[in-house]
Design a protein. Sequence first.
Length: 183
Amino acid sequence: MKITRAQVMENRARILDAASRMFRERGFDAVTVAEVMNDAGLTHGAFYGHFKSKEDLIAQAFSHALAPVANPDTTALPSLKDLAAVYLSPAHRDNPGCGCAFAALGTEATRSSAESRQVLTEAIRRKIDELSLTAPGESKAARRQAAIGTWSAMVGALVIARVTDDPALSDELLAETRAWLGV
């Protein structure tokens, strides 16, 4: 039975959804291609019909997870404070598989392929531009500075909160960063 083009695209999306979630949960090295394919409900053999290698999958999973929203409603964007309140929450900390790819994989991504780093760089530029739209400040430069500083503090705090094995310290890191940001 021939697979339709729509089915191929659906299968690819399932693979990318599974890979991006699993990589965020466990890291690149702890996830095998076979596990990704199994989670996507496909055979290991189907992998090479979609990707050249695991590195190719990593780059495309980043691209998939960090894809810009088509025609975003910029009037509905949350303020940096509202975003920080959700981002710096125990729920986000405790669910890396469906959370921020930068906080979950940023340190690993520094050692990934040039293609992955290019995808991440473009996503960082888009995120800064998006956050600058609602950041406080009297000028474009001031709003950009606020967006970069706030987002960097949020990502860093989330990474550190996930690293610690002390739940009270982890909660404190999130709470104090929210307070420092005025959330």
